[in-house]
Design a protein around this ligand. Structure first.
Ligand code: IPM
Ligand code: MN
Length: 359
């Protein structure tokens, strides 16, 4: 028996509770098969926390997260909170939890699943071999800079400031170099250094530390060009590192290359092995509560958690293998099924994957 680890579980809103329930099924199954041991503690976050506690990120939730080794998050948000003031929006909770837990690095892999090639809007020959990872800076830049309104010469103005210091750039870029070293050893640093001062600092910093990673091939790509190259030559990218807002936009683009956003997992990491893991997709309120959601992205988030936080590589591999096996056998949830009438429900998909997990 291994040491018992603690996972904070945040189901959130919309389809969050449904997909998280399947991920918990997978956690239980790996305890049985691999002799792992976890305690889970549930906490309120997002829209449901606004409704029940009057804030998207209750103190109690932060406490639960801080006392855990890792956090599993479903999804947050929904139309009923869209017109709320800033403090009462799920998104504000998301930014708060990232900052409070020091999660400065957001890893969003985009991989083409062979059996789902047809799901993409791009031609198969363009997609062939695409396997990239967007490393997005998550606690700085324009998201967290000073924001205010003021009276200007021509009436009301709004200001968002974008600030980066060298330390913030260095730590994320180092993580990206290290990730590239474990992959295909290519790093694209994305900025807008032809216009923005923060981008010039970013690029200088990248160039200063690049000699410490001589085995990694580095290219600088301007963000507008990167948006284009992702559609033109996606397979040529390995690791992409970029600042917060560029990363927000490019990681959505990269996810859509795969055509199967219901399949992609992500991790938000700080300095050590602590991490928050969540599907790339949102809370999909339109299909919530109907058993239609694809739980695979959340299940694969558990695999990512096992690998990055706990170092349980064998169990992580087994989860990923089980997902591949079930897909290869032709099982599909509605989002990725060509024949919707034979699609599996959320729990059926979770059951099949759980059963397929073995040593
Ligand atoms: C994401 C989301 C969030 C972001 C929003 C909901 C605040 O789009 O995780 O990518 O912009 O970071
Ligand atoms: Mn986003």
């Amino acid at each position: 028996m291994t040491e018992t680890k603690k996972i904070a579980v945040i189901s959130g809103d919309g389809i969050g509770p449904e997909v998280v329930a399947e991920a918990e099924k997978i956690i239980k199954r790996t305890e049985e098969v691999f002799g792992l041991s976890f305690t889970t503690e549930h906490a309120l976050f997002g829209g449901i926390a606004i409704d029940q506690k009057g804030t998207p990120l209750p103190e109690e939730t932060l406490k639960v997260c801080k006392s855990a080794d890792a956090v599993l998050l479903g999804a947050v948000g929904g139309p009923q909170w869209d017109n709320n003031p800033k403090e009462l929006r799920p998104e504000t909770g998301l930014l708060g939890i990232r900052k409070e837990l020091g999660l400065f690095s957001n890893l969003r892999p985009a991989v083409i699943f062979d059996c789902l090639k047809d799901a993409s809007t791009l031609k198969p020959e363009v997609l062939e071999g695409t396997d990239l990872m967007v490393v997005r800076e998550l606690t700085g830049g324009i998201y967290f800079g000073e924001k205010f309104r003021r009276e200007g010469a021509n009436g009301e103005e709004a200001v968002d400031t974008c600030v980066y210091n060298v330390t913030e750039v260095e730590r994320i870029v180092r993580q990206a170099f290290e990730i590239a070293q474990k992959r295909r050893k290519k790093l694209a640093s994305v900025d807008k250094a032809n216009v923005l001062e923060t981008s010039r600092l970013w690029r200088e910093t990248v160039n200063r530390i690049a000699p410490e990673y001589p085995d990694v091939e580095l290219e600088h790509v301007l963000v507008d060009n990167c948006a284009m190259q992702l559609l033109r030559r996606p397979a040529s990218f390995d690791v992409i590192v970029t600042e917060n807002m560029f990363g927000d936009i490019l990681s959505d683009e990269a996810a859509m290359l795969t055509g199967s956003i219901g399949m992609l997992a992500s991790a938000s990491m700080g300095e050590g092995s602590y991490g928050l893991y969540e599907p790339v997709h949102g809370s999909a309120p339109d299909i919530a509560g109907q058993g239609l959601a694809n739980p695979i992205a959340t299940i694969l988030s558990v695999a990512l958690m096992y690998r990055l936080t706990f170092g349980y590589a064998e169990a992580a591999d087994a989860i990923e293998r089980a997902v591949a096996e079930v897909l290869d056998a032709g099982h599909r949830t509605a989002d990725i099924a060509s024949n919707k009438s034979s699609a599996l429900s959320t729990t059926q998909m979770g059951d099949l994957i759980a059963e397929a997990i073995r040593k």
